[in-house]
Design a binder for this molecule. Structure first.
Ligand SMILES: Cc1ncc(COP(=O)(O)O)c(C=O)c1O
Length: 490
């Protein structure tokens, strides 16, 4: 081989594998994708809130080897829009009341599109100084809404689960505790993601304490104190209390200020799981309900829930940002050029992800576009709709409220005036109602069992949901319930 000659001719370019697209094709594809998305989102209210299929049918449709040669991008796009994307829950549908909805704002979607197209890696200041500064800005907004002091900070995460995991790592590191003897406390209403986070950081399953809750589904603080005392007495290491700032089942808010007093006195880390309810703090009535949250050592929030952003938009806030940096600060020679010093944070030093997408952008763009008044109004409206649903249920002789309405969540059931129907029969009737809403109605609702009683559950969270959407769904529950009860008693 002579000087200048390549050992592998493919390197030279003649047979370059092209993963590029001509500019015109790029524009055309993006234009069509945008049209499809806008059509989808504007037409959604007329469609069902859920669509799905069984695995075998989808496998028959989709399972195939990757093609050796490509095909026109427009054709691929149309197939995706026709066959794949619609076959999913429509979390942003105004009648999606199941689980925790996620309704989006268009600037937020565009924010994700831009972040992907600019291919921002918001890991270090060097890699993304502008995006890092913007994340500092948005995180600082959150800090102020939560009532956290200067010096508090955080980072965007995939969601509330990742936020809880990072928080518990920070708690463990701050306490210098071995996970072997560590105990973590949460109410029996706490989302499973929090116990899973405790398990992942190494807390033994039998040391994850589920503290009973009261009749309003709030943690019983006296029972918490007893559990901690019992564990200390046998040489275990109480590490953290995870309080609910809006449970997923009923929206209940634990007595945050009392728990904060207790945790301060006992030198326990307090994590507030505000994944669902946290953004209530942007409005006065919500801020009042969340009193004490500002005293938590860490708070998990999900902007993809009650802050109208597309997945994924979680956030972990901590009262002292050094607790995160001490736990996650990364020292690796390949990253040695990325240390810019004071005031130039590397977000990768605050959580488990190194490569991370630029999630703050969508929040910033949405707020810049609509302004906080619009966000506040949307949060208030959903709470008002839930309260109205509660009043409606109380006024209907065949509906029964099963938990106090809290934030946007309403737990209730169909209950005809028929003394012969025992709990088992009522559960069967309400399961039948749930199934019929699922298969036959435009809305989607889900169920819960906060104290073991089967409950239908609405989570009202969409900025465009109307009272008519809620009322017609409650009417459908009564209609299906009446039919199911007639079948039961036949
Ligand atoms: C109260 C609560 N905590 C934690 C989570 C988990 O959050 P994510 O799904 O964002 O990981 C959820 C999810 O619905 C939730 O409602």
């Amino acid at each position: 081989m002579r000087d200048g000659e390549l050992s592998n001719p493919d390197v030279g370019g003649a047979r370059r594998a092209s993963l590029q697209m001509p500019r015109e094709d790029m524009l055309q594809l993006a234009q069509r994708a945008t049209e499809l998305l806008v059509d989808w989102n504007t037409q959604l209210p007329g469609k069902d809130a859920w669509e799905g299929d069984f695995q075998q049918a989808l496998e028959d449709q989709l399972m195939a080897d990757p093609p050796r040669h490509g095909r026109p991008a427009g054709e691929v796009l149309e197939q995706v829009a026709r066959e794949i994307l619609p076959t999913a829950a429509r979390h942003q549908h105004p009648r999606f009341f199941a689980f925790v909805p996620s309704c989006i704002t268009w600037p937020g979607v565009i924010g994700d599109f831009l972040a992907a197209g600019y291919n921002i890696n918001a890991c270090t200041w060097l890699a993304a100084s502008g995006p890092s500064q913007l994340e500092l800005v948005v995180v600082d907004w959150f800090r102020r809404w939560l009532g956290y002091p200067e010096g508090a900070g955080g980072l965007f995460t995939s969601g509330g689960s990742a936020a809880a995991l990072d928080a518990l790592v920070a708690a463990r590191e701050a306490a210098g505790a071995s996970p072997e003897r560590a105990c973590v406390y949460m109410s029996d209403q706490t989302h499973g993601a929090i116990a899973r986070a405790a398990r992942i950081i190494g807390v033994r399953q039998e040391h994850i304490r589920q503290i009973p809750s009261d009749s309003c589904f709030r943690m019983d603080v006296a029972a918490l104190a007893e559990a901690v005392a019992r564990d200390r007495a046998v040489g275990l290491h109480p590490l953290a209390v995870c309080a609910n700032a809006g449970t997923a089942s009923t929206g209940a808010i634990d007595p945050l200020a009392t728990i904060a007093d207790y945790c301060e006195a006992q030198d326990l880390w307090l994590h507030a799981d505000a994944a669902y309810g946290g953004f209530a703090v942007v409005v006065e009535e919500g801020r009042a309900l969340m009193g004490g949250i500002e005293r938590a050592d860490s708070i998990g929030l999900d902007a993809h829930k009650w802050f109208f952003q597309p997945y994924e938009a979680g956030c972990l806030m901590v009262k002292d940002v050094k607790t995160l940096e001490n736990a996650f600060g990364l020292r690796h020679d390949v990253l040695q050029d990325t240390v810019w010093g004071t005031n130039h944070p590397n977000f990768a030093d605050r959580g488990l992800q190194l490569s991370r997408s630029f999630r703050a952008l969508k929040v910033w763009m949405s707020i810049q576009t609509f302004g906080m008044d619009a966000f506040r109004q949307a949060v208030s409206r959903t709470m008002a709709l839930a309260a109205e649903a509660g009043r409606h249920i109380r006024a209907r002789p065949t509906l029964e409220l099963l938990a106090p309405v809290s934030l946007g969540i309403v737990c209730f059931r169909f209950r005809p005036d028929d003394a012969s129907l025992d709990e088992e029969a009522l559960e069967m009737i309400n399961r039948a109602v749930l199934a019929r809403i699922f298969w036959e109605d435009r809305a989607l609702i889900s169920s819960a069992a906060p104290d073991g009683t089967f409950s239908l559950r609405l989570c009202i969270l969409h900025h465009d949901t109307t009272w008519e959407d809620v009322r017609e769904t409650l009417d459908a529950v009564e209609r299906f319930g009446t039919e199911a009860a007639e079948q039961q008693t036949r």
